[in-house]
Design a binder for this molecule. Sequence first.
Ligand code: MRU
Length: 367
Amino acid sequence: MNVIQGGRARPCRTVAFDRPANSVLLIEQRLLPHEFKIVATKNFRETAAAIRTMVVRGAGAIGATAAYGLAQGALAFRSTSLAKFNQHVDTVYQTLKEARPTAVDPVNAMNEVRTVMRLGETVPEQQVLALAAAEEFASSDVEHCRAIGQHGARLIRNGMRLLTHCNAGWLAFVDIGSATAPMYAAQAQGKQFHVFCDETRPRSQGATLTAWELSQQKISHQIIADNAAGHLMQRGEIDLVIVGSDRVLGRTGEVANKIGTYTKAVLAHRHQIPFYVAIPLSTIDWNLKRGLDIPIEEREEAEVLGAWGITSAKKREYIRVANPTSGARNPGFDVTPPELITGIITPMGLIKPKDLWKRRGDLGHSA
Ligand code: MRU
């Protein structure tokens, strides 16, 4: 998407690869919306750290980052022993996988890269294939998001008021986004609509990242406190909800997404408001059999007890808000059951969550 800097728009991807420097290039998302900066990770450990510390975040974006990180690690290997190379690649894979647990995209992305690498018979061949496969993952992420936009745009009619949660925008992918893709496509079709962005405490990705994206794209929007959605729904002020996901179970249709999504789905169901989840194919987990088994990231309590912001002197600072002697519990994600979800917007079209398994052939599940 375009980033406007100094009044000029220039196209930018969330994640890219610098081959001569063997570095992954990332938008430093912790600084947005106050500062736009690209950072480079110079080895796979730095790349894993960037995922862990949320320099880069969002399921598709960390998927592409892990794919590039795997290629980066493979390319840094300096010997011709295939056995030693395989051991090294196992370490790289494991390090990147452990960076964050809930989104399945990094694992799916790295599995795709490793499958392609195995076609090479020598270390140099596998190194070249690793980068080509990572580039292919990044390009297919963009194409999936574009297709989600085309399928999802028909849900948006003139004058609608939408709700979205957290950031499933282009910052959460390589480009375009999942939940925002139908919005960008509808805007290109000339439709007028308004978006409410849930603030999404504790890290406020809605208030910072989604709101920044929508303002860059000149889409009418307002930030609401996480607690406000029920009130607006009750007053008939929300017509459609579109969110993203970090892991959708292909066998059951359960959806893991940023904490607070389940609450919004219950509210939407109560008020008979359509609730859609937009995902590329890399977000589908075909293995797990129950939502209860999805690993839910438990994050540090400081996120709940305070907030990051920018001072009048333009300095980024953490402010303690909560009672100084209290602790906090901070689960990062929740799981929404399929009966609360109207449909999944996939690159292959709109699918009922419980029909994913039936449609697995079209959705890229090979077994
Ligand atoms: O913790 P984050 O910011 O990496 O969480 C991911 C998200 O932004 C959301 O859960 C999003 O809705 C799905 S990611 C496409």
